[in-house]
Design a protein around this ligand. Structure first.
Ligand code: NAD
Length: 437
């Protein structure tokens, strides 16, 4: 089977590479010529564990191709996945311009039956818009070619994308015809053989499933942050509370960590888009509106603690930050809470020294020389008045506290991810604050 994947971002590149790994011939298409030139030379544009060697292996086996021109492969493939971005529009709704551009390109160039599958996260009703856009272009060409649309939302997590794609909890597929179902069953046969669940449903339900999943996960995070804030006020320990409730099988222990709020390229935009979808259909998602509000406030929690410690006198303070990416194992800085924190620190006259194992380049691209880029964790804390732990990378977990203490000007640690041991830090002479304890 031959397929095309349009968009070689986090989702498209991982999807294409994993399908190639399972023996499918894959054409990855992107309008970004630099990305494609690099990929052809085996240079991977994103940091994702295990991806690079899998790309190389499948390129060498001749199953994975890269091109900027969809027309090159459109009529060779049976299935086309669209995995282009759906960034938030100004009003919070999902911007479908890239998705519909792909549909129009398909309509302008297709010559035989094609199954057009949307992998991007798109609001309910988008498959219908895609169908209309393709049909409009076919009508302009006075052609009647049969095609199908389907929805196959992606649930992978950045940082564990390959594992998530190859061993999914489930694959959700929305179809409108038996032909589409048959093609998707063929494509996902290796998963079915390995006993992974492929759940077929109607297209609107598949589109909605992705938003509902992200909304549920974001709700758990904001819920726990709300609980954490109350824990601090009443003298409880959110880590104990997490263990206490997480052991209840009905609740489960995942996604219950208090911290400095969710970020990344999915949760913030998807929550906004779902709220918007509801509003434009005359309904209010009141829980999600609260989830967003809690999250916005939570991003400032370390700043508030720092400001309290120095009694509002932050001018000229030298602040070290460990971690920039919105979570470990990724270089994705989209909507990272660190950016909000840095803004506030700079606005208060602080000097900010940052270190992240993989996101320094992306941060430099976004922030230029407004912050200082440290060589490593120890370089970041030299003469620092406070250390802010922002992303829970493994390499931040067990530093030499005696070395850190010697280097810092003020032994103050604000832990935004609750990864350190209060006792250990206090024994080492630090003032230590975290979230919800
Ligand atoms: P991304 O921004 O990393 O990549 C999108 C790619 O599409 C870019 O390389 C861009 O150049 C390309 N593109 C745009 N228009 C194009 C066109 N007309 N033809 C060809 N290529 C085009 O995006 P992403 O993070 O991979 O996300 C893609 C979609 O998947 C989004 O809807 C997102 O919500 C969803 N999603 C993302 C994740 C994630 O963890 N990143 C997880 C699940 C779902």
């Amino acid at each position: 089977m031959k397929i095309a994947i349009v968009g070689t971002g986090y989702v498209g590149l991982v999807t294409g590479t994993c399908f190639a790994e399972m023996g499918t011939e894959v054409f990855c298409v992107d309008v970004n010529a630099e990305k494609i030139t690099n990929l052809k030379q085996g240079i991977i544009p994103i940091y994702e564990p295990g991806l690079e060697e899998m790309v190389h292996r499948n390129q060498q086996a001749g199953r994975l191709h890269f091109t900027t021109d969809l027309r090159e492969c459109l009529n060779e493939v049976e299935v086309l996945f669209s995995a282009v971005g759906t960034p938030p529009d100004e009003d919070g709704s999902a911007d479908l311009k890239y998705v519909l551009e792909v549909a129009r390109t398909v309509g302008r160039n297709m010559t035989k039956h094609l199954l057009v599958v949307t992998k991007s996260t798109v609001p309910v009703g988008t498959a219908r818009k895609i169908r209309e856009a393709i049909q409009e272009e076919l009508d302009k060409r006075n052609l009647s070619i049969e095609f199908d649309v389907a929805s196959n939302p992606e649930f992978l997590k950045e940082g564990a994308a390959i594992k998530d794609f190859m061993s999914p909890d489930r694959v959700v597929v929305g179809v409108e015809s038996e032909r589409a179902k048959e093609l998707m069953t063929r494509l996902y046969r290796p998963f079915l053989l390995n006993n992974f669940r492929v759940i077929f449903m109607d297209v609107p339900s598949a589109e909605m499933t992705k938003y509902a999943a992200n909304a549920m996960l974001a709700t758990r995070i904001s819920f726990m942050n709300d609980v954490a804030n109350l824990c601090e006020i009443v003298g409880a320990d959110v880590n104990m509370v997490r263990k206490g409730i997480g052991s209840d099988g009905r609740i489960g222990n995942r996604f219950l960590y208090a911290g400095i709020g969710y970020g990344g390229s999915c949760f913030p935009k998807d929550i906004k888009a779902l709220i918007k979808t509801a509003r434009s259909n005359g309904y209010r998602m009141r829980i999600l509106e609260a989830v967003e509000e809690v999250n916005e406030e939570q991003k400032s929690i370390l700043f508030r603690k720092l400001d309290d410690y120095f009694k509002g006198d932050l001018k000229g303070k030298r602040i070290a930050m460990w971690g920039l990416a919105f979570k470990p194992e990724t270089d994705d800085m989209r909507e990272a809470p660190s950016l909000v924190l840095i803004d506030k620190l700079l606005a208060s006259g602080c000097e900010v020294y940052v270190y992240d194992p993989v996101s320094m380049e992306e941060t430099r691209r976004r922030l230029g020389n407004t912050v200082h880029y440290a060589k490593d964790i120890y370089d970041a804390v030299v003469d620092a008045d406070a250390l802010l732990l922002v992303t829970e990378w493994k390499e931040f977990r067990m530093p030499s506290w005696s070395a850190v203490k010697k280097l810092m000007a003020t032994p103050l640690i604000l832990d935004g991810r609750n990864i350190y041991d209060v006792k250990e830090l206090e024994e080492n002479g630090f003032v230590y604050h975290c979230v919800g304890r």
